[in-house]
Design a protein around this ligand. Sequence first.
Ligand SMILES: Nc1ncnc2c1ncn2[C@@H]1O[C@H](COP(=O)(O)OP(=O)(O)OP(=O)(O)O)[C@@H](O)[C@H]1O
Length: 197
Amino acid sequence: MGPNPKCIYIFSGKRKSGKDYVTDRLYDKLNHDNVIIIKLSAPIKSLHAEKNDLDLKNLLSPLEYKEAHRKAMVEWSEKLRNEDYGVFCRAAIQMSKAENYPVWIVSDARRKTDIKWFKENYNNEIIKLYRIVCDDGIRKQRGWEFTEGIDDKETECGLDDFDNWDQIIENNSSDEVDAFINETIEHVYSLLNGANS
Ligand SMILES: Nc1ncnc2c1ncn2[C@@H]1O[C@H](COP(=O)(O)OP(=O)(O)OP(=O)(O)O)[C@@H](O)[C@H]1O
């Protein structure tokens, strides 16, 4: 295994809890030579388009295509994930060229197997697990609406009963997030400086 990563921060949270908000703010405050955001959902669309949907596109109207595409993509990705739960983790790492960076921010863990895969493949001491939570009322203000078939499925609920978080970050306002970001920046600095000395 190469020298990277030196640290993996893995984030999870429900829709509109603020995963992108928190991870983007953390990223913005760090030196971009050192840190990369890895989105586990990123390779699904591009790999699916590459491999599967060209025929569909030619056969269907735009509206039919959109729904058929979504359904086909979910089925295809689930089949692949059932055969090998690390498939999209590896693809996301490759796509983002993460091995060039010491600090990894995984912004969208959704399943227990996402966490399991990282724990099986990297030193557990460098992995931090964070759950972002906020009140449903605040999520609604941020544009969330309960949607059957999404909010009751594994992608949203798969980590509800996971209880091994290093920290649960409340994102109803920015106070706790600001404190978390400052502590994490300190952690990154000490880690990188320690590693260089
Ligand atoms: N602490 C905060 N203060 C102000 N705005 C916030 C805060 N947290 C999140 N937001 C805003 O709420 C909206 C939803 O947040 P965000 O996109 O980060 O959620 P998410 O968890 O990534 O959602 P999804 O899973 O749907 O992509 C965004 O417009 C974001 O800027």
